[in-house]
Design a protein around this ligand. Sequence first.
Ligand SMILES: Cc1cc2nc3c(=O)[nH]c(=O)nc-3n(C[C@H](O)[C@H](O)[C@H](O)COP(=O)(O)O)c2cc1C
Length: 272
Amino acid sequence: MNYQTLILNTKSIRDFKKDAVKNMDLKAIKDYANDCKKLVSSIELDIRIMSNSEVYLPLDGVAGYKGHMIDAPAYIVLLSAVAQGYIENAGFVGQELILKAKEIGVDSCWITFSDSKTVKEKLNLVSDKEVAGIIALGFDQNKGKVINGSLNPAYRLGLEEIVYLNEWGKGADNTTLEERGILDAFAFARLAPSAWNKQPWRFLIHGGSVILAVKKDEEVYSYDEKIAAGVIMLFFQAIIDSTLFSLSWTLGAPAGAVAIPDDFEVIGYCNL
Ligand SMILES: Cc1cc2nc3c(=O)[nH]c(=O)nc-3n(C[C@H](O)[C@H](O)[C@H](O)COP(=O)(O)O)c2cc1C
């Protein structure tokens, strides 16, 4: 998988054509979960592909921004065993499936929800696992159309606003990141999607570690922040894996005191 190209070309699609996604393609997306990178590989996942009639009306009023469900020909419902980091893992794996879908020409969008139990009831899902992610799949109705002067209008924070060096709040400069060989990884990571495009993440480079923290937000159910954290960990890892060495994340805070403000939560760290 060419992560650089796929990350650059993937955006959230909300208006889908009525055209069905071929069963063969849906199967390829689902099966990719068996081979793809995971954040916590011991957490069991059950990936369901569901149709418009099974999902759209049942979840209207329940999932999506302010209950506004996205009308798509197919959906991925990620069911996960509950363990430390399971939502972040669902974000990580779900985004792998989104990139796989893009690779075979299928567009997508994450859909937020607040209560796994209600979603399971509405979808008649019998499972001991929890709903940890919902993703719409289909084909962009507005493909190639220029919106607000851009093909991908979603704004992103600058690198120095999300990557700090040695000390919280001290933006890292590109030259230092380049010298360390990690500029690209951050440049691609910052393109990660997040609910309401809140971009809740910050990285602190401290000694030989990169620490990821996300902003705790009263308005956003912490589920969304954890999914976003999982996605950005995938992007960072995928670029480091393809350019430098094989990288893995450890959940939780590293040993030793690192000053992080109270309104941020440390999700994990990796060693460079
Ligand atoms: C966890 C999560 C939940 C999201 N939920 C919704 C949603 O319910 N409805 C929607 O239209 N977009 C949703 N999005 C898409 C974001 O709005 C989108 O990623 C962000 O605005 C950036 O745009 P881009 O993905 O096109 O770059 C969600 C994204 C994430 C990561």
